[in-house]
Write a protein that binds this ligand. Sequence first.
Ligand code: ADP
Ligand code: MG
Length: 233
Amino acid sequence: MYLEVKDMKKSYGENESYVQVLKGITTGVEQGEMCVIQGASGSGKSTFLNCIGGLDTLDSGSIKVDGKEIFGLKPDKLCDYRRDNLGFIFQFYNLIPNLTVKENIQVCEYLSKQPLDINELLETLGLTEHQNKLPSQLSGGQQQRCAIARALVKNPKLLLCDEPTGALDSKTSRDILILLEKINQKYGTTMLIVTHNNAIKDMVHKVIVIKDGEISKEYENDVRVPAAELEDL
Ligand code: ADP
Ligand code: MG
């Protein structure tokens, strides 16, 4: 098991404002699997992803990535963990506005031990002709492709995606999903994809549904539908 989560608990606030967001989540994802995390708004999906990504800390439990415990790591070790293992993709791209497409990707390249070839990545993501543009000169889909390139340049073993198609129309969403599928096949990247979009569940290996901070349903797809053939995206 590449990712192993045991009895993960997380709360925010104190006294009247105390909320227990994750109430003891136990699950796992195999290396090379694409996994969708579904659930209503406020059910704890982003909190779950952020704890795995070391952007937030859990109260108790265990998160093992590639056999290594994340819970309780000191900030500098947590930083190493993120840098060496993870790529992040968010709903609103989070690109650096005054850097070009290529420069946004280079920022991450400099931080990586064995980066992928940037020109090849630009080509794979259809960004070669846009590489010298600023984010503000790109469409939403192009900005998300740039964010994906930035996340991928360090060839992360684990890609964490929080609503990656949340701000995109259905055609652009499909293009992004086809790209994620291609990357999963090419590099064997393990992916956790938080999404509201119900159609995406059919293209991945595994589905986890979170309800009120607990897993309400969890299954593997016997047959997967390629992103290009998903209906009602
Ligand atoms: P989802 O991504 O499924 O919509 P979240 O994980 O963002 O849900 O949030 C789950 C719950 O935790 C919500 O009720 C939200 O208000 C609360 N929450 C999330 N982050 C914080 C925070 N930093 N401080 C207080 N409450 C938070
Ligand atoms: Mg969220």
